[in-house]
Design a protein around this ligand. Structure first.
Ligand SMILES: [Zn+2]
Length: 466
């Protein structure tokens, strides 16, 4: 799996790299870098927090972790360590997609094999961590089973987090809406699909105890009335869900689609909003979110699939096709529906972008989520699409890369070891031919992906040359 081409080298040149924000201690015989099993050589670290790329460095990786970082050419390492020559290239932390269902982005029934392929596809596009937010076959047991299956470092899976089955009201979204299930649907059928319902406050404690026992660090609640057509969780139930989750040290992420839902969620103290409001969110609410540290995860790629369809564009672009499953692509040929007219699509797109622009300006914490496995929202590819749409909203590439790495890690309460390139962090690296700070599309120029210290096979790049 690892490239084993270059002869090991031992260099003791003076530390001449100027202005390099890395470990400046000269290598010594007890330097941990000696124990590295993989050395990434000569790469510039892109730091989204400062918006700068470092002078070239060597990164020593041992097992799943980054052991040491030193100016290029100064690192001592084991003679049998593998070397990945990345001179002239750029590295960012592996991308984190915090709204990604396990599936291929097509329509119709998917097998276990389709879902396993989808997991590998995330890695091939440089997405090394995902949060699975229930629904779409993702209940507590499904998530536990996938986590188990993905545990060996040799399995091609991103690191998995999730909420297990989403929590909604009887007859609410997505049960009576997109799933088109009858009001009297039984709990087992619902759970198999990835949802549980709550009607009374007394149900909340036992439900969350169960989720906590299953090792889940977050719940996803659905606040959605489908323009008044279906019931939704009451504000009282939402408040109790938030309180009970926080007592158990669990985060609460809320599905919303309007400014009203968003306001109800934020006032109840949720930790993050999933999806954009399709109408304008007031600056006051964004200010409250910034003050409370409430995340905004706009999932623009989800909407973009429907907008494109409304405007008559149904063919996925080449970078999507390069990695998408043939099953997904074939299934989408018969899918012509968009909930938006072309005019609504144009107008709504502007509202979504404006909401995000003002959220960022207000200092609302941001994370990147694509809502993979909706139609035309493909594993891996759509995370890059999300980055571009966020730049279209007016954010800088540095802000967007920060949301996709540091933001995602903080959203998952994993900032101690994910989302940054530092000694002690998990070795999740995305090595690019071109600097993504200059143009966000450069996130697609993938040269190599390293996940938990292992180089990923079959990466999908939009560029053929450095
Ligand atoms: Zn979703």
């Amino acid at each position: 799996m690892i490239i084993r081409s270059f002869l090991p080298y031992v260099v003791a040149s003076a530390l001449l790299a100027v202005g390099c924000q890395v470990n400046e201690t000269p290598p010594s015989t007890d330097d941990l870098s000696h124990r590295g099993t993989l050395l990434v050589r000569g790469v510039s670290i892109v730091d989204p927090a400062t918006g700068r790329a470092s002078d070239p460095v060597d990164i020593s990786i041992g097992g799943e972790k980054i052991l040491a970082i030193a100016p290029a050419g100064t690192m001592l390492f084991e003679p049998d360590a593998a070397v990945l020559d990345a001179r002239g290239r750029y590295v960012i932390a592996g991308l984190i997609d915090v709204h990604a269902h396990i599936g291929d982005g097509g329509i119709g029934v998917q097998t276990d094999a389709d879902r396993a392929r989808a997991l590998a596809q995330f890695l091939r596009y440089g997405v090394t961590t995902i949060f699975v937010p229930g629904g779409g076959g993702g209940n507590d047991d499904h998530l536990a089973a996938w986590k188990n299956r993905c545990r060996p470092v040799t399995e091609p899976c991103p690191q998995l987090f999730g909420s297990g089955a989403l929590i909604t009201a009887p007859g609410s979204h997505p049960i009576s809406t997109i799933w088109e299930m009858p009001d009297d649907v039984d709990a087992a059928t619902l759970y198999a699909r990835g949802a549980v319902t709550v009607e009374h406050v007394e149900e909340i404690g036992p439900l969350l105890d169960q989720k906590q026992a299953a090792g889940l660090g977050a719940i996803k609640i659905v606040i959605e009335d489908w323009m008044g057509e279906v019931p939704r969780l009451s504000n009282e139930l939402i408040r109790h869900l938030v309180e009970a989750a926080h007592e158990r040290d669990m985060r609460v992420l809320a599905h919303i689609s309007t400014a009203q839902h968003a306001g109800d969620a934020v006032r109840a103290g949720v930790d993050g909003l999933m999806h954009s409001a399709e109408d304008s969110i007031a600056d006051e609410l964004f200010a409250a979110m910034a003050a409370q540290g409430t995340y905004y995860v706009p999932t623009l790629a989800l909407y973009d699939g429907f907008f494109d369809r409304a405007e008559g564009q149904t063919a996925p672009e080449p970078y999507a096709v390069a990695g998408a499953s043939p099953r997904a692509l074939a299934s989408l040929e018969s899918f012509g529906v968009s909930p938006f007219t072309a005019e609504q699509a144009r107008e709504t797109r502007l509202v979504l972008l404006d909401n995000l622009r003002r959220a960022a300006a207000a200092g609302v914490p941001l994370a990147v989520g694509s809502d993979v496995n909706n139609p035309s929202v493909f594993p891996g590819y759509s995370t890059h699409e999300e980055l571009e749409l966020m730049v279209e909203a007016g954010l800088t590439p540095a802000q967007v890369l920060s949301a996709a790495t540091l933001g995602g890690a903080a959203f998952l309460v994993q900032e101690h070891e994910l989302g940054r390139i530092a000694a002690g962090s998990v070795a999740d690296l995305l090595i690019l031919d071109h600097n993504p700070l200059e143009a966000i599309e450069h996130s697609r120029t993938i040269y190599a992906v390293i996940h938990r210290g292992q180089q990923v096979e079959g990466v999908i790049s939009a560029s053929t040359q450095p």
